[in-house]
Design a protein around this ligand. Structure first.
Ligand code: SME
Length: 161
């Protein structure tokens, strides 16, 4: 059984191969969701919330029905967007700001996504049905993935109005 570090190395390599030369945001987001979900089946909700008109709007995701809109003042996603910092919550039931799109969520990580101009364009949100699923290995690798695929070049296809 590969450890978490090894799994992320595999995901990163597969993404580098599959997304080489790609610049369309929805294509990248959908592919990142797919490979994270494939390699981490316990991460039952994997997806992006897009910054749109000063709030977060659900973007490409895999999992149960996600909330459609999240104000920046609410949720762990809103906190990640406001603070521009990755949020790791070991027990969402003890976080008063948590929004429960699915009552099965027990822990969560939310990673801010910046474009090549260092503007916040989205957050990557991952939910687990287990407590304390996420740690610094998740944070470092997920930040590396979004940095590599969204911040190193001009993208097309994202709704910015
Ligand atoms: N739990 C998130 C909301 C999005 S659902 O998990 C998909 C939050 O508290 O912002």
């Amino acid at each position: 059984m590969m450890n978490k570090e090894g799994i992320y190395q595999t995901i990163f390599s597969e993404l580098s191969a599959v997304l080489e030369g790609e610049t369309h945001v929805v294509l990248k987001m959908s592919t990142i969701n797919c490979l994270i979900k494939t390699h981490f089946p316990d991460y039952f909700w994997v997806g992006f919330y897009l910054m749109k008109q000063e709030q977060l709007m659900v973007g490409p995701y895999q999992g149960t029905l996600g909330c459609l809109h999240i104000p920046l003042t609410k949720g762990i996603c809103g906190r990640a967007a406001r603070e521009k910092k990755t949020q790791i919550v070991d027990d969402v039931l003890s976080d008063p700001q948590h929004i429960a799109c699915d009552s099965a969520t027990r822990s969560e990580i939310v990673v801010p996504v910046f474009n090549h101009l260092k503007e916040l364009i989205a957050v990557l949100d991952i939910d687990s049905t287990q407590y304390a699923s996420f740690d610094q290995v998740d944070r470092l690798w997920l930040e590396k993935i979004v940095e590599t695929h969204f911040a190193t070049e001009k993208l097309d296809g994202i709704v910015t109005t």
